[in-house]
Design a protein around this ligand. Structure first.
Ligand code: TXA
Ligand code: MG
Length: 344
């Protein structure tokens, strides 16, 4: 990439980040969900650098980050009134809308699709960067392709240090899971990726569908077949009321074999696993706290050198839907039902 060293910039140095972007460099920056890896969306060469730095497949389109609805208009053919309603309600915020695109969006951004994904991030650093540059910023999550998304600048450096020009360190991101991606080119609108804005919240305003089975078998969003959120450890997602005895049973032979085994569980349940390395998910049932630390815990599993990581499943409503969606992918299909009605 020709980047000797990745600069770590402070939010006060936003002008320097903006200059780098204007010069066609890629720069990571915090959003309210996860860190993004940005480039000038109108400069195909700069956008190409995002794919190189991440090792991202070329057929996986990027989200266009804009400063407001006005900046979105020139890039979209039509905005259905129900989509406008959602913009008014949830922007700035963790909702990405897929709309018909105009010729003003370079092909490399949308991977040749006739639609474009747009969102207005709700983070002071992201917004001031967008104000400063005056062009939309194309940005995926700032991780190496396949790794958990970054929620701290140090995660970005773990994956992309030396591969990108700079990262703006704005501390930990808020939500911790990515934005909800909603396809507004079909009726009813279809959730392609559950995220920060929940399906329940969307349904209060417009008719939307989410097809979990379809998502597992044939992902509709190009990215969903690639995103694995996976640490190096082998992840097993264990669901249902019998999760703890199941995890203890499965870990026994692994421990006897000398393997390093961890478990992600609610704080209150840590004592159930005296022989395992516990990665605490927060207070029982606090889904927003879990979302906030989810990717950090998956990365911590690597830092601790865990070979196997068991994860207790959570209820799949509200933010739990996005959390379980990411955990299923991290588990690469190793989902074990322990006394519940979960599928395999
Ligand atoms: O919260 C977020 O959305 C973060 C922050 C940085 O904004 N970004 C993010 O980007 O998660 P990325 O590239 O990691 O995920 C974007 C998802 C991918 O699954 C991609 O395939 C999908 O959105 N996507 C992008 N454009 C699309 C389009 N035109 N049609 C369908 N899916 C699209
Ligand atoms: Mg991503």
């Amino acid at each position: 990439m020709g980047v000797e060293k990745t600069k770590v910039l402070l939010p006060e140095q936003i002008k320097e980040a903006a200059e780098l972007l204007a010069q066609g460099e890629v720069v990571a920056f915090p959003t309210e969900t996860v860190y993004g890896l940005g480039a000038n969306a109108l400069n195909p060469e700069a956008v190409g650098r995002i794919f190189t730095a991440k090792g991202r497949p070329q057929d996986n389109p990027l989200i266009l980050h804009c400063s407001g609805v006005e900046q979105v208009e020139p890039f979209t053919l039509e905005i259905p009134s129900a989509a406008r309603l959602l913009m008014e309600h949830f922007w700035p915020g963790p909702l990405t809308l897929v709309l018909k695109k105009t010729g003003a969006v370079p092909l490399v951004v949308t991977a040749g699709l006739d639609t474009v994904a747009v969102r207005v991030p709700d983070h002071p650093v992201a917004l001031s960067l967008l104000q400063e540059v005056n062009f939309p910023i194309a940005a995926p999550s700032a991780n190496l392709s396949g790794r958990p998304s970054p929620t701290r600048a140090e995660h970005v450096l773990q994956d992309l240090g030396g591969r990108i020009a700079a990262v703006v360190d704005g501390g930990e991101t808020g939500w911790g899971v990515e934005s909800t991606v909603l396809d507004c080119t079909v009726q009813p609108f279809r959730v392609l990726r559950p995220g920060g804005v929940t399906v329940e919240e969307l349904q209060q305003l417009v008719d939307v569908t989410w097809d979990a089975i379809q998502e597992l078998e044939a992902p509709r969003s190009p990215g969903m077949k690639y995103e694995h959120y996976a640490p190096n450890a082998e992840v097993f997602l264990v669901t249902g009321p019998g999760a703890a005895p199941k995890i203890l049973e499965l870990s026994e032979p692994l421990l006897a074999d000398g393997q390093k085994v961890g478990v992600m569980t609610w704080e209150e349940r840590a004592e159930l696993y005296p022989a395992l390395t516990v990665l605490p998910m927060g207070r029982a049932g606090d889904l927003s706290s879990l979302a906030h630390k989810l990717y950090h815990l998956l990365r911590a599993a690597d830092q601790l050198g865990l070979q196997v990581l068991f994860v207790e499943g959570v209820d799949e409503d509200h933010l739990g839907l996005a959390i379980m969606n990411r955990l299923r992918k991290a588990a690469k299909g190793r989902v074990i039902s322990a006394g519940g009605e979960e599928e395999a």
